[in-house]
Design a protein around this ligand. Structure first.
Ligand SMILES: Cc1cc2nc3c(=O)[nH]c(=O)nc-3n(C[C@H](O)[C@H](O)[C@H](O)COP(=O)(O)OP(=O)(O)OC[C@H]3O[C@@H](n4cnc5c(N)ncnc54)[C@H](O)[C@@H]3O)c2cc1C
Length: 181
């Protein structure tokens, strides 16, 4: 999902930097949306990115993130303008590699599907360049939910991921997909 977001909405630099690493497995990606108090209603997320010059400083926590422990880079959904109305207008998606200030928390126990980890991600004064905002430098992304495209679902089925994604996002991924406007 990280690769898909970059491929669809990333800058030329982001694509040349990250897509080969994701394709080769050098970088193991993930999608970090869910928070302890925000699952289905993503507008309720509290992870906040505050602008500081050419960087953002990010604080908050994600939970139930697939690959949180073994993964190395995430499409990270944050609030860049917590006061925005409607609330989804103040949200942005970043390419967020693990590093100082951004690491995994607990690995969560599951009844089944143990072949891939699910866990927490913690951002503690995590500094990210504006260059890592998906959709280009200095642009803050409003996001909206739109109907998932049939070809994407077919791709997921082909790669055997549909079962996981249906489980992970329930109705949300069947019916909706993230898109930037
Ligand atoms: C194994 C696993 C892996 C996961 N991996 C990821 C991941 O990689 N990245 C990530 O971001 N998240 C991940 N998640 C989190 C998952 O996407 C969330 O659990 C999901 O979004 C639901 O959120 P919630 O559990 O808070 O449920 P809630 O939002 O509390 O919803 C609970 C129930 O209420 C229903 N509901 C909610 N709002 C309404 C409404 N307005 N009207 C009617 N019904 C409603 C929902 O459909 C649902 O059935 C994972 C979860 C699991 C279990």
């Amino acid at each position: 999902m990280l690769a898909l977001a970059i491929e669809k909405f990333g800058t030329a630099n982001q694509k040349s930097e990250w897509l080969p690493k994701l394709a080769s497995g050098e970088v193991r990606g993930g999608l970090a949306l869910t928070e302890p108090d925000a699952g289905t209603d993503l507008q309720g997320i509290r992870m906040t990115a505050r602008r500081n010059g050419d960087n953002y400083v990010i604080n908050g926590a994600k939970t139930w993130i697939t690959n949180a422990v073994e993964g190395s880079c995430f499409a990270l959904l944050v609030k860049t303008n917590p006061e925005a109305q409607p609330r989804h207008k103040g949200m942005s998606l970043f390419i967020a590699p693990k590093g100082p200030g951004f690491s995994s928390g607990r690995k969560l126990e599951k009844l089944g599907y143990k072949s891939i980890d699910s866990g927490e991600l913690i951002a503690d004064s995590y500094v990210l360049s504006t260059d890592l905002a998906i959709y280009g430098r200095h642009r803050v992304l409003p996001i909206r939910l739109v109907w998932i495209r049939a070809p994407l679902l077919a791709d997921l089925l082909e790669f055997g991921m549909a079962n996981e994604l249906l489980c992970v996002f329930g109705v949300r991924l069947v019916n909706f997909f993230l898109r930037f406007q």
